[in-house]
Ligand binder design. Structure first.
Ligand code: ATP
Length: 312
């Protein structure tokens, strides 16, 4: 079973308001509400790939109850730490071909909440063979929080994939116990290194030779429609994908992590791991719903992904 961690989940609400009026009343007929947060997108896609998945993290209040209800409806096993505060809503107003987002920051956790979650996480590790950690940390937890989770995984010999950004990613990478895999995009890579990284093979290879990446088995730099650049051990790969009709690219990074997790769990060879991850990313962009793929198209697009090992 794969464990997905979402520390600050949300109910994502979308309001389609074709002609949005500022400082006026806007009425919405077709409201859409989904259980959101990057780790929940990962969990949904893993489930769609036919794998057993267990979703964990921290939630609370009636919004937390709604998230559990949605996960249960989707038959995704879940075991979250429940806190005495309300989880967050994230609102997207779809108007004039644009998307205006209003994102609540969510609850502020106490040190006791943090310790209680780590205790739960440690118990859950006994029944899983791989972990994914996605998204930002809630307020109140130290930016080094994910470090302890990676370390606990490593102690039990369980590979941990980390997909976060900013200070929490930096903290994970500066630790001597490394995650098994990370999936930054170019913006995250640039932020981490504090210098511009370009989409060229030389710029990317140089970036991934940085000391902070040493000891990480898989570094998958996803590049949207341009596919990915990858370092696996001491090997480099350029992965290219076919042009496709993109409907909604939001969550494609999460779908990529889901594909990566499933292929790694099955100890597939490197080209299969990369083709699976790119295919789930692509399939997500082809659907309107975030964190959703149509598995009927899997083999067709899998065959169209090209993995080239690079001599560097
Ligand atoms: P997000 O933050 O929206 O989850 P991300 O920046 O983490 O995205 P991307 O690099 O945009 O991740 O996308 C991940 C993968 O999804 C890509 O490597 C690719 O396989 C697929 N993908 C994303 N955008 C496109 C696109 N426009 N055309 C084809 N495939 C895409």
């Amino acid at each position: 079973m794969i464990l997905t961690v979402t520390m600050n989940p949300s109910v994502d609400i979308s309001y389609p308001i074709p002609e949005f009026k500022l400082d006026d009343v806007n009425r919405v007929a077709a409201v859409r509400k989904t259980a959101g947060g990057k780790g929940l997108n990962v969990a949904r896609v893993i489930k769609q790939l036919g794998e057993n998945v267990l979703a964990t993290g921290v939630l609370g209040g009636t919004i937390g109850d709604y998230i559990i209800q949605e996960l249960t409806k989707a038959e995704i096993e879940n075991n979250f730490l429940k806190i005495n505060q309300e989880s967050r809503n994230c609102i997207a107003i779809l108007h004039d071909g644009k998307q205006t987002e209003i994102l609540e920051s969510g609850p502020t956790l106490t040190a006791e909440d943090g310790s209680a979650f780590l205790a739960k996480y440690e118990t859950l590790l006994s029944n899983v063979s791989l972990v994914t950690i996605s998204g930002s940390l809630p307020k109140g937890l130290a930016s080094s929080f994910y470090r302890s989770m990676v370390e606990k995984g490593r102690d039990k010999g369980i590979p941990v994939i980390v997909d976060t950004s900013g200070e929490s990613l930096r903290q994970v990478l500066l630790h001597n116990v490394k995650p098994f895999a990370i999936k930054p995009n170019i913006t995250e890579l640039t932020q981490l290194l504090g210098r511009e990284v370009e989409q060229s093979i030389s710029s990317l290879s140089q970036a991934l030779e940085d000391d902070m990446f040493q000891g990480i088995e898989w570094i998958v730099v996803s590049m949207g429609g341009a596919g990915a650049f990858v370092k696996h051990g001491s090997d480099f790969y350029r992965v290219t994908i076919p042009p496709i009709d993109v409907v909604n690219p939001v969550g494609s990074g999460d779908a990529t992590v889901a594909g990566l997790a499933v292929a790694l769990k099955h100890k597939q060879p490197a080209p299969v791991v990369l083709k699976t991850a790119m295919t789930t990313g692509m399939l997500n962009t082809m659907e309107a719903a975030t964190g959703h793929i149509n598995t009927a198209y899997f083999s067709r697009f899998f065959e169209l992904v090209n993995v080239e090992k690079i001599d560097y």
